[in-house]
Design a protein around this ligand. Structure first.
Ligand code: MG
Length: 160
């Protein structure tokens, strides 16, 4: 039994000097406006994982109104989502993802992100793809107003 899911997330840039993506703290001239650490890649991934089992989205399970998640490390959210999947007998086969921004340049950080995600997902690093693109200076990402991420996951049932 296989299940597929997709996720998308956006956060605005704001005051600060780093962004967190895939659990990696990346120095940047701006920060991210968010209730949690604003890790768009992990948020998109969590929604893809939840979506694969039709379990809703992270806003449902980890509402911004709940102060427990204020400034939260999104890797904790990801591990909580993985526990929900595990309880239902599912494991990750692979994920693919893309982060959209003009800056910061992500290539030097991609493998560190993949390693973090692989650890939290319980898979080998070659089952985790993280890509980066710009939007050719078009739209909100092109104007460097915010950062966006998309993820797709494949799950396999490993126990009933
Ligand atoms: Mg988010």
């Amino acid at each position: 039994m296989f299940r597929i899911g997709t996720g998308y997330d956006v956060h605005a840039f704001g005051p600060g000097d780093f962004v967190t993506l895939g659990g990696v703290r990346i120095p940047h001239g701006r920060g991210i406006v968010a209730h949690s650490d604003g890790d768009v890649l992990i948020h998109a991934l969590c929604d893809a994982l939840l979506g694969a089992l039709a379990l809703g989205d992270i806003g449902k399970h980890f509402p911004p109104s709940d102060d427990a998640w204020k400034g939260a490390d999104s890797r904790g959210l990801l591990r909580a989502v993985m526990a929900m999947l595990g309880a239902r007998g599912y494991a990750v086969v692979n994920i693919d993802s893309v982060v959209v921004c003009e800056r910061p340049k992500l290539l030097p950080h991609i493998d560190a992100m993949r390693a973090n995600l692989a650890a939290d997902l319980g898979v080998a690093i070659d089952a985790v793809s993280v890509k980066a693109t710009t939007s050719e200076k078009l739209g909100f990402t092109g104007r460097e107003e915010g950062i966006a991420a998309q993820a797709v996951v494949l799950l396999q049932q490993v126990s009933a």
